[in-house]
Design a protein around this ligand. Sequence first.
Ligand code: ADP
Ligand code: MG
Length: 239
Amino acid sequence: MTKALSIRGLRKTYDNGFEALKGIDLEVSQGDFYALLGPNGAGKSTTISIICSLVKKTAGDVHVFGKSISEEPAEAKKFIGLVPQEFNFSNFESLWDIVRNQAGYYGLPKKLAEERTEKYLKKLGLWEKRHNAARMLSGGMKRRLMIARALVHEPKLLILDEPTAGVDIELRRSMWDFLREINGQGITIILTTHYLEEAESLCRHIGIIDQGQIIEDTNMKVLLKRLQKEVFIFDVVGE
Ligand code: ADP
Ligand code: MG
């Protein structure tokens, strides 16, 4: 079956000469819940930005549901909903307009665009606030607004870049429940995080990235077993 995401030999050298990605290989199956885990500066956002055609790659191949981001960028982009790390909407627009405009960007006809805007503002618990300007929202609500916006064209792949950084634990849990629910409905999810706990709680597969390289790519159960063993050995040595 076609992979939701396939990355081969991905490299990125920024204009200042800094090599942020040093040859990344990564595959995510359809329906998977995949965590890209790594410390600050590892290259998570760079990878995500390239997948979404926001940053140009230096070398390598990226396919989204079989569509090359270099050769068929518009097709590849349609499959993806992105929740970026930084808030990137106008603080002065209403929630309704922010989500509705995104539906327009994807070319949804008026009626469908409005139905979807309503559906996802409701799903994310933002319907009552639809006429408010985005600046009125709390941090957690802003994050939910970006999720509603990312889902409005009903992508097959949802990518979230550190969605719960700085979000309190209660809200984090409710966001996890929501992500589990939509993954259960068939949407493939990729999430970057620097919390192992988050990856452990949500994800079936995990890639660990450090200094622009994938240093581990495995399923969550295998990783946890290994970590337990390492902790155990460490404990014995420490006695
Ligand atoms: P992460 O999301 O894992 O924290 P990033 O992908 O944002 O990491 O950044 C990876 C590395 O690339 C960091 O060292 C960062 O400073 C560097 N970097 C990111 N953007 C740029 C840029 N536009 N120009 C130069 N270096 C950059
Ligand atoms: Mg980042």
